[in-house]
Design a protein around this ligand. Structure first.
Ligand code: ZN
Length: 125
């Protein structure tokens, strides 16, 4: 199972499917005003360390190996925080307690480092 894909997959996969079915052309990142509010809500829910922490803890309690794998969800959120800006899908990691988010740096180099760390961590776990 790809727990690391949950934070982005849950909110955006249904949107992509809907747009494909409706034959809405998708090129690049869509404007925020074209994205339905339920996507923003799902994004906040899946990018919350509080919500992910509770779910991953429950999974860890039920099955340690699944819980460790589910840690990819938390790692995704932690690594999103510095690479998302306030202007486009910031990371509300304290949601629903707070909408606080760090104004990160949208940099291709930082994003590449982000992915390299993810790959290294999950190669050796
Ligand atoms: Zn994300």
């Amino acid at each position: 199972m790809t727990f690391g894909a949950i934070p982005d997959g849950l909110p955006f996969a249904p949107l992509v499917i809907i747009r494909l079915v409706e034959r809405v052309p998708v090129r690049g990142a869509p404007g925020l005003n074209t994205i339905p509010s339920w996507v923003h809500t799902m994004y906040s829910l899946t990018h919350s360390l509080i919500i992910a922490g509770v779910i991953v803890s429950i999974l860890f309690y039920i099955n340690t190996r699944v819980g460790i794998a589910a840690g990819a969800w938390i790692l995704h959120i932690i690594m999103d925080i510095p690479v998302h800006t306030q202007g486009y899908f910031r990371t509300p990691f304290l949601y629903p307690l707070s909408d606080f988010a760090i104004n990160g740096v949208n940099s291709l180099k930082l994003w590449a480092v982000n992915w390299m760390i993810l790959i290294l961590v999950y190669t050796f776990i």
